[in-house]
Design a protein around this ligand. Sequence first.
Ligand code: COI
Length: 353
Amino acid sequence: MDIKIVRSTNRGTMPPAEKLGFGSVFSDHMFIMDYNDKDLWHDARIVPFGPVILNPAASVLHYGTEVFEGLKAYRTPDGGVQLFRPRDNAERLNNSCKRLKIPALDPDVVVQAIKTFVDIDRDWVPSYEGASLYIRPFVFSTDPNLSLHGVHEARFMIIASPSKAYFSSGFKPVPIMVETEDVRAVRGGTGEVKCGGNYAAANRAGERAEEKGYSQVLWLDGVERKYVEEGGGMNVMFKIAGHLVTPRLTGSILPGITRRSVLQLCRSWGMEVEERLISIDEVIQAAVDGTLEEALCLGTAAVVAPIGALEYNDRVYRINDEKTGPVSERIYKELTDIQWGRRPDPFGWTVRV
Ligand code: COI
């Protein structure tokens, strides 16, 4: 694929470390590629970051026809830049496109686009402790037609934001609220793909949790409201009576790349991790009888965040005295050391740019 490059003449500046949050400052450029039924995916280009002009009838604005990814570029100790499992994101983006009937994007094209884009904006990969360049590829329908239809015109874009981890508290235990009213997804719906609508539907519960002082919600399954599914924007894992467990991918849970990496990492240490249905009653019972040793969130944006407290039906259950447990600590350390290139990557996950 040929990518046309138009360099920005108005270069921005990286905020100082203490001002860096998550996803609010953007690098100098953006990647764009368009689709129509005649030319298919075409006109790949990297241009200065700026507003997008859309027909007001564009399907994305009415029917939420949009899918996205999140991955990061890391500054390595030798000053280089590397990505973490970009091919996995490219494949998941393609799966998400298929679910919404957005024209498929070849994962090779997506990886090439990400690498070329990050190379152009490599100065935006921060070297601050715990910071990285968060990359957001997204695809949406631009069809200017209000009827309900398949996608005949679309756009694939990539933007990037130098960011710290999602939770401003850093690697510290966060309080989470179990959501008992709204549900995130049901099997057969869109829960196992990464589409904007999943996150829009989560807004109300997320706001309620935040108002009560919680960092996130913990979603239960959409049918029985009995089984733990995932956090708001991240997967979860528990250590109960010495066993690591994470919800099985039932069809309504996002197959997280951090989740997959942590499973591989723990198994490489000889630890067993069960992927199975976990009821909220089991988690709460374990919290009550003291066998809930650790709980953690896993996600690209969140990295690894220990869960210090769980609220369920107006009662708060503290986990490990709201301290980071040894397994969470080890996972965080080894995963982030690989991501930032501070230790060799025996899994072949990292890709230099
Ligand atoms: C990510 O972890 O990359 C996500 O897409 C989660 C989002 C809520 C920030």
